[in-house]
Design a protein around this ligand. Structure first.
Ligand SMILES: Cc1cc2nc3c(=O)[nH]c(=O)nc-3n(C[C@H](O)[C@H](O)[C@H](O)COP(=O)(O)OP(=O)(O)OC[C@H]3O[C@@H](n4cnc5c(N)ncnc54)[C@H](O)[C@@H]3O)c2cc1C
Length: 378
C-alpha cells in the first residue's frame, strides 16, 4: 500500500480557478446546495460543463474526451461538490461507464457512446444490485438467454439510481449456467432504459424523494453489439469498474456544504468552544482524506492501479462524511425539520436522512475492508 504525497501544479490550480469562476457565475447567490452526488440532475448544466471541456477529462480526444488527467477530473469534481451543484446527470457515466467502455468495449461502442457521454448527452445508471444480490454481487439472477441476433433479458434490479431519468444502464447478468464458480458465466450488457419489457418502479427514499428504482426486465431484447466486453468476463469487468468509483472526492465530500453553511450562518466570534473544536476537527480530517484521495488520482495518472488504497479511502471517507453530521448536530440546538429552516438547518435535516446510505452505496464498509485485507495479504 502506498500513498505518495502530492500537491497541485500551477496549471492544475489554474483549472480550479476557472471551474470556481464558472460555478460562481452559473449558480446564483442564495443557491440551495445539494449534498454530494445526491444533489440532483440537470442535463443542461452537464452539457454546459461538457462545453467547457470538463467531462471526459481523462478520455482520449479521439473519442470526444480531453486527454487530460485523473487529477484534473479530481479538481473539477471537488469544485462541483464544494458548490453543491446538480451534476448527477453525467456523473456515473463520466466516472465509470466511459472508462469501462474505453477499456472493454468494442470500437463501435466507443465511437457511439463515448462522444455522447463526454458531451453530456447520454446519462447512465448502474444495473448491478438485485433483491438478493448486493454485497454478494456474483449471485445475481438476472439472466440473458441467447436468441437470434442478441439476448433476451429477464430479472429484477434494485436501488438503480436515476433509472427514471437516465438513458441506459449497464446490466450485470448471467449468460451461461452456474458451473460451480459463481464468478464465471456473468456478462455486462448495455441496455436502453426505454426498451420494450422494462418497467421502472420508484423506491421512495427515507425523505420521500425519488432517487432509486426497481427495474423489472421482462423479455428485454438486447442486440449482440450491446454486449460490453467479453461474454463471461462480467465479474472481472465489474470489479475493475467498481475500483473507479471508490476513491474520488464524491466519497468524502457529500456533506461539505453542511460545514460551509454552518460557518456562513454564524459570526465566527460567536462560536462556542465546542463548535470551534468541531469545525477544526472536521477541517483537519477533510484535509487529510483529501490528500489521500489526491494521491490516488496522481498514482492513476502515473500508470498505477491503487485498488487497495481506493477501498481504504472509501471506507475512511464515507465514514467521515457520515460522522461529521453527528458532530455538527451535537453542537447545535435545533429541531430538525426537512421542510423549513435556514439553509444550514435544511441541509442538516437532509444529511441526517441521507447519511446512513453513504457507507452502503458503492460497496459497504465491511465489503471494502474485505477487499483491502485480501489485497494486502497478496
Ligand atoms: C444511495 C444508494 C444508491 C445506490 N445506487 C445503486 C445503483 O445505482 N445501482 C446498483 O446496482 N446498486 C445501487 N445501490 C446498492 C448498493 O450497491 C448496495 O446497497 C450495497 O452493495 C449493499 O448491498 P445490499 O443493500 O444488498 O446489502 P447486503 O449485501 O445484504 O448487506 C447487508 C449488511 O451485511 C453486511 N455484509 C454483507 N456481506 C458481508 C460479508 N461478506 N462480510 C461482512 N459483512 C457483510 C453488509 O456490509 C451490510 O452491512 C445503491 C445503494 C445506495 C444506498
Amino acid at each position: 500500500m502506498k500513498f505518495s504525497p502530492t500537491v497541485l501544479t500551477p496549471e492544475e490550480e489554474q483549472l480550479r480557478a476557472e471551474v470556481r469562476q464558472f460555478l460562481a457565475e452559473e449558480l446564483p447567490p442564495g443557491y440551495r446546495p445539494g449534498l454530494g452526488i445526491g444533489a440532483g440532475s440537470d442535463r443542461k448544466f452537464s452539457k454546459k460543463l461538457a462545453a467547457r471541456g470538463w467531462l471526459g477529462m481523462a478520455v482520449p480526444k479521439e473519442y470526444g474526451g480531453q486527454d487530460r488527467t485523473a487529477v484534473d477530473r479530481f479538481i473539477v469534481t471537488e469544485e462541483l461538490l464544494s458548490s453543491g451543484a446538480q451534476f448527477g446527470s453525467h456523473f456515473v457515466a463520466d466516472r465509470q461507464t466511459a472508462p469501462t467502455i474505453m477499456k472493454f468495449g468494442t470500437e463501435e461502442q466507443r465511437r457511439y457512446f463515448i462522444p455522447k457521454i463526454t458531451a453530456g448527452e447520454l446519462a447512465f445508471s448502474l444495473g448491478m444490485s438485485e433483491p438478493d444480490a448486493g454485497s454478494d454481487l456474483s449471485s445475481v439472477r438476472t439472466a440473458g438467454t441467447k436468441v437470434e441476433g442478441g439476448w433476451l433479458l429477464n430479472g429484477t434490479k434494485v436501488w438503480t439510481s436515476g433509472a427514471h431519468e437516465n438513458d441506459y444502464f449497464a446490466v450485470l447478468c448471467r449468460t451461461s449456467p452456474l458451473d460451480g464458480d459463481r464468478h464465471n458465466g456473468l456478462s455486462q450488457l448495455i441496455v436502453d432504459l426505454r426498451s420494450d419489457g422494462i418497467t421502472i418502479n420508484p423506491i421512495p427514499f427515507l425523505d420521500g424523494g425519488h432517487h432509486f428504482n426497481e427495474v423489472v426486465l421482462e423479455g428485454v431484447f438486447v442486440p449482440d453489439d450491446r454486449v460490453l466486453g467479453e461474454l463471461g468476463s462480467g465479474w472481472m469487468q465489474v470489479t475493475s469498474e467498481l475500483a473507479y468509483e471508490r476513491s474520488g472526492p464524491d466519497r468524502f465530500m457529500s456533506t461539505f456544504g453542511l460545514l460551509k453553511c454552518f460557518i456562513a450562518e454564524r459570526d465566527p466570534a460567536s462560536l462556542s468552544t465546542e463548535q470551534q473544536r468541531v469545525v477544526g476537527q472536521i477541517t483537519a480530517r477533510y484535509w487529510t482524506i483529501r490528500q489521500l484521495s489526491l494521491s490516488i488520482a496522481r498514482t492513476i495518472d502515473d500508470g498505477g492501479a491503487p485498488a487497495v488504497e481506493s477501498a481504504l479511502v472509501k471506507d475512511i471517507g464515507t465514514r467521515f462524511e457520515q460522522q461529521m453530521i453527528e458532530w455538527i448536530r451535537d453542537v447545535v440546538e435545533i429541531d430538525l425539520d426537512p421542510q423549513q429552516g435556514s439553509m444550514f438547518e435544511l441541509l442538516l435535516a437532509e444529511a441526517t436522512l441521507s447519511g446512513p446510505s453513504f457507507t452502503l452505496r458503492g460497496g459497504t464498509t465491511e465489503v471494502l475492508r474485505s477487499v483491502a485485507s485480501k489485497g494486502l495479504a497478496r
